[in-house]
Design a protein around this ligand. Structure first.
Ligand SMILES: Nc1ncnc2c1ncn2[C@@H]1O[C@H](COP(=O)(O)OP(=O)(O)OP(=O)(O)O)[C@@H](O)[C@H]1O
Length: 156
């Protein structure tokens, strides 16, 4: 990890967390403040068709992990990226210098996702994901190699 990060002149930061916890809002503000490049994986997947179609049950695209990683390899080697996605176990660990997991109060998250018009099953899946800290555990397991891992709780 250290060897790879030495080649980068700017850091790569991963911002992860359950949908609705504020990844895009936070990443956008951070990118403006630092001039780092914000990569919203959900948008990238749609723009470049890096998926295997639509999942009616999950009500989302089925992300193709290999296509996403191939697409990002060169830009991540360069450094200077803020990657924003509600999943983190399929990115190479060596890509990131810092991993941030955002968390939100469950009631606030429920209201945010309701306002988005999420159907009941998607809404409860995401709130349960937050209650059981799925993304936090995923990040801890996936990035144990020396990245600073920071947890941000938002209650407003
Ligand atoms: N710090 C904050 N204070 C108040 N509201 C916030 C804050 N951060 C985000 N929000 C609001 O929460 C909602 C979700 O934010 P955002 O889209 O950034 O989440 P996300 O984690 O990127 O979601 P997704 O994974 O679905 O893209 C938005 O309506 C946003 O305005």
């Amino acid at each position: 990890m250290v060897k790879d990060s030495i080649k980068r002149r700017k850091p790569n930061i991963l911002v992860t967390g359950t949908p609705g916890t504020g990844k895009t809002t936070t990443s956008t503000a951070l990118a403006e403040a630092t001039q780092l490049n914000h990569i919203n994986i959900g948008d990238l997947v749609k723009e470049k068709n890096l998926h295997d179609g639509w999942d009616d049950e999950l009500d989302s695209y089925i992300l193709n992990e290999d296509l996403v990683c191939d697409e990002l390899e060169d830009v991540m080697d360069e450094g200077g990226n803020i990657v924003d996605y509600h999943g983190c176990d399929f990115f190479p660990e060596r890509w990131f210098d810092c991993v941030v997991v955002l968390q939100t109060d469950n009631t606030i998250l429920y209201d945010r996702l309701s306002r988005r018009g999420y159907k009941e099953s998607k809404l409860s899946n995401n709130v349960e994901c937050e209650i059981f800290q799925v993304l936090l555990e995923e990040a801890k397991e996936s990035y144990a190699g020396g990245q600073s891992c920071c947890i941000e709780k938002r209650y407003y």
